[in-house]
Write a protein that binds this ligand. Sequence first.
Ligand code: ADP
Length: 186
Amino acid sequence: MRIVFIGPPGAGKGTQAERLIETYAMAHLSTGDMLRAARDAKTEVGLKADKYMSAGELVPDEIIVAIIAERLTQPDCDGGYLLDGFPRTIAQAEALDAMLAEKGTPLDVVLELKVPEEELFERLAGRGRADDTPDVIRQRLVAYRKQTEPLLDYYSGQKLLRSIDGLGSIDEIFQRAKAVLDEFAG
Ligand code: ADP
């Protein structure tokens, strides 16, 4: 299965992603994790990305698209993957479509985790990650609304979008996600 997992910051994507990749034995491709690892290792890409991440802004498309293009060539992706945090802009989605068309491996489904914005701020402010100051949180929510939300129409137009309610217990939300993904699991 090839899945895009989409949802605003603070929606609980990371928690659900961990359970989903275990359940369906998929590779977990989290661009947030990749960028944080690059930043901690102080690579050139990591240091460049850090400037954007610590401001709550999106890292430029060409950087992130290059990271994903490289990652998709690794053999563990052959068995399927969950893209978590990518794509986040229409340009990234178009680049992904082009890459996958070339490989002949289209996406199966785009799963949206829906959480109202007022709930997100509370959750993010309570999380205490280094990039979770109020200003940065607000900026990340703005970036989601302006740059990432348009992807919902994009994928809905491709008949790939499925949305689930992100309010409830971790287990309830997992069951909702599983109900959708079971339709595609071969
Ligand atoms: P969140 O907790 O907001 O879901 P992530 O852990 O996915 O965030 O990503 C953290 C930061 O890394 C983002 O705020 C952004 O700066 C950067 N980032 C991650 N993925 C992307 C992407 N696909 N395009 C641009 N920037 C990205």
